[in-house]
Ligand binder design. Structure first.
Ligand code: C2E
Ligand code: MG
Ligand code: MG
Ligand code: MG
Length: 277
């Protein structure tokens, strides 16, 4: 066994010195400078009412276009930022920029009802998010109820003081949503204690609607759960009209997905949704 461990240890060492490790180190270095180089920006994806098509908000999604590496997806650089501790700075930038954009749209004649911003586990578990959010709201002048923070179930379950942190954020008046709902392991008893307003049904359960009875059952169960707890429920990753029809039929009238719009630049949101009151 010791031998096996030794071999694994060696393999780990070897891997960390291989091309992947070097590439990762390079990416880390570039990411640290990306904000100052204006390579980080936000894309906004509409959230709509299925029956009326009315816009209820947008989710802000962070993007990185590196001069050296090209376009890098958040699933690649968010974990990197979490590992290196850069996530604090990055997350704060995202929050500030999202709130600033809300105020900018307002000045351009678009009153966006709300903006959703994702929080990383590393931001959340550190504590002190409430102070950061307060400062960002004050500096941008955005009303708290127009900001919704998204945390995943796993963030909540893996953070010891999660309940207190969620309460602190709730006390400021911002909204809270549980992202990727259904993929984590939160107990319903615990969920009941959390002052959250929204459940986001994970895309994986929406994907196979009208193709798989199991996923349909899960989607319906989440909708029912949300209703019984007086929460609003929004479906992620709605791509087809049959999914939207299914959701509506089962009492979920909020959706986000390519059917309604991909994440786009702020200007495109203004062009499409501005001037509609
Ligand atoms: P998420 O918060 O669950 O965001 C939804 C993801 O699904 C986005 O991917 C979005 O572009 C994608 N999506 C939306 N509608 C559809 C659809 O109809 N079909 C398909 N196939 N995909 C759809 P994206 O932008 O690549 O972000 C991936 C994840 O990265 C996010 O998942 C979130 O966990 C994380 N992320 C993005 N921005 C931030 C951020 O500012 N901070 C943190 N901490 N995490 C972020
Ligand atoms: Mg999200
Ligand atoms: Mg999500
Ligand atoms: Mg998701």
């Amino acid at each position: 066994q010791a031998k096996a461990r030794g071999r694994n240890g060696y393999q780990f060492y070897a891997a960390s010195m291989s091309g992947d490790g070097v590439e990762r180190l390079r990416m880390e270095g570039l990411l640290r400078r990306a904000i100052d180089k204006n390579e980080i920006y936000l894309a906004y994806q509409p959230q709509v009412e299925i029956d009326t098509g009315r816009l209820t908000g947008v989710e802000a999604l962070v993007r990185w276009h590196s001069a050296e590496l090209g376009q890098i997806g958040p699933c690649q650089f968010i974990p990197l930022a979490e590992d290196t501790g850069f996530i604090g700075q990055l997350g704060q930038w995202v929050l500030q920029e999202a709130c600033r954009q809300m105020v900018a749209w307002e000045a351009q004649g678009l009153t966006m009802p709300k903006i959703a911003v994702n929080l990383s586990v590393r931001q959340f578990e550190r504590g002190g998010m409430a102070a950061i959010v307060t400062e960002v709201l004050e500096s941008t002048g955005l009303a708290p109820h127009r900001l919704q923070l998204e945390v995943t179930e796993s963030i909540i379950m893996n953070t010891g003081d999660a309940l207190q942190y969620v309460k602190d954020l709730h006390a400021i008046g911002v909204g809270l949503a549980i992202d990727d709902f259904g993929t984590g392991y939160s107990s319903l008893a615990y969920l009941k204690q959390l002052p959250v307003q929204t459940l986001k049904i994970d895309r994986s359960f929406i994907k196979d609607i009208s193709q798989g009875p199991d996923d349909e059952a899960i989607a319906v169960a989440i909708i029912q759960l949300g209703k019984s707890m007086n929460l609003s429920v929004i479906a992620e990753g709605v791509e087809r009209a049959d999914q939207a029809a299914f959701l509506l039929r089962h009492g979920c009238n909020l959706a986000q997905g390519y059917l309604y719009g991909k994440p786009v630049a702020a200007g495109e949101i203004l062009a499409r949704w501005g001037g509609q009151g």
